[in-house]
Design a protein around this ligand. Structure first.
Ligand SMILES: [Fe+2]
Length: 245
């Protein structure tokens, strides 16, 4: 097994449905062209591109505030809650924490979700990506939704109709089928309290903090623009790993 394959498998265990406790520190998780790491705290990674790299679809000020204020706050509050609630951080992956989130406080639920969701979200976007999925993911989308356009319509609808703040997701369910769903607040489909469970392979933040400066109340315009940023290579990799997990 190549080192990169080994690292990808480590990553999926850390962020996927087969989350496991970590035995030694630090672990560097390589996934696609990005890395996640975790040492003694849950750590926010640097943005993998510049704040203005996603323009004109997402503006630089939104990206900077979103990453340095909102997302950074989730990570800090997650670490605070983990100390207060005596989580053995060294041996508790973020995935395993999410999978047993019903045992913890609302503060833990909101901030563990917020940390995981945003760390994934930054990676799921990139400047000038390929515009469509290929290979096994493309086949699975056609099989589950009829066509890529049908899938995008279903996902966009989930994002538009999520009342208030939340996320839209493409997930791989336990039977390896694909499904679109949405979650409120900072919940996600890995959580044991989630209505629809599965491994998230694509997610879209529809909190107003993600788009209001540029799009104001026009959430559908933000969603339509965001499709130009989807890092399909990463989505394909997550799909493959989910099927192997
Ligand atoms: Fe956000």
């Amino acid at each position: 097994m190549s080192k990169s394959t080994q690292n990808r498998r480590q990553f999926i265990k850390q962020t996927g449905k087969a989350g496991i406790a970590m035995a030694s520190m630090p672990i560097i998780h390589t996934f696609g062209e990005f890395q996640l790491s975790q040492e003694i705290n849950y750590i926010q990674q640097p943005l993998p591109y510049s704040y203005n790299a996603l323009e004109p679809f997402i503006d630089a000020m939104t990206m900077e505030i979103h990453h340095t204020k909102h997302a950074a706050g989730y990570t800090k509050n997650l670490n605070d809650a983990s100390i207060a609630e005596k989580v053995d951080i060294k041996n508790t992956s973020i995935t395993s924490l999410l999978e047993s989130i019903s045992k913890y406080s609302t503060k833990m639920r909101n901030n563990a979700g917020g940390h995981y969701n945003h760390e994934l979200f930054w990676q799921l976007m990139k400047p000038a990506p390929t515009t469509t999925p290929t290979g096994a993911l493309a086949d699975a989308i056609n099989k589950n939704f009829g066509s890529l356009d049908n899938f995008k319509a279903a996902f966009s609808d989930a994002a538009k109709t999520r009342f208030g703040s939340g996320w839209a997701w493409l997930i791989v369910k336990a039977d390896n089928s694909l499904a679109v769903c949405s979650t409120p607040n900072q919940d996600n489909p890995l959580m044991d309290i989630a209505e629809t469970k599965g491994m998230p392979i694509l997610g879209l933040d529809v909190w107003e903090h993600a788009y209001y400066l540029k799009y104001q109340n026009k959430r559908p315009d933000y969603i339509n623009a965001w499709w130009n940023l989807v890092n399909w290579t990463l989505v394909e990799n997550r799909f493959k790993e989910a099927n192997q997990a």
